[in-house]
Design a protein around this ligand. Sequence first.
Ligand SMILES: [Zn+2]
Length: 134
Amino acid sequence: MGRPATRDVVCYHCRGRIEVPRSARTVTCPCCFKGLLLDDLVVSTSGWPGKLETCGVVRINKRARTVTRFVQAGDGVEVQGVLEAKVCTSGGVVVRRGGHVKGDIVATSITVEPGATLEGLSLCIRPLPSASRQ
Ligand SMILES: [Zn+2]
């Protein structure tokens, strides 16, 4: 059996659950007609200019210092550098050794490695909404 040709993602604009081709990198949400990024976002330099939004994973690399208003990631967030933002993900947040997160976090799980820093957080860890919301 091969992998299914589609995957389910949640639109980060309207929260609609949509099915997208597994090979797609961007898609237009059929509910709100806004563009969605499906690829992972990897930030490896400081000074990211805007919001970080994707249905994939947001990763803040070592030595990147990212100060932004909002991070929305469908599949999770991994921080090896510095992230100052409100983080909202339907996946987990992982803060690696040397990583530093300042801001509120909404996620389904959080992993903080020894040597990582969390600062001034309000945390909301909650299970995924049921997948069978049809
Ligand atoms: Zn939408």
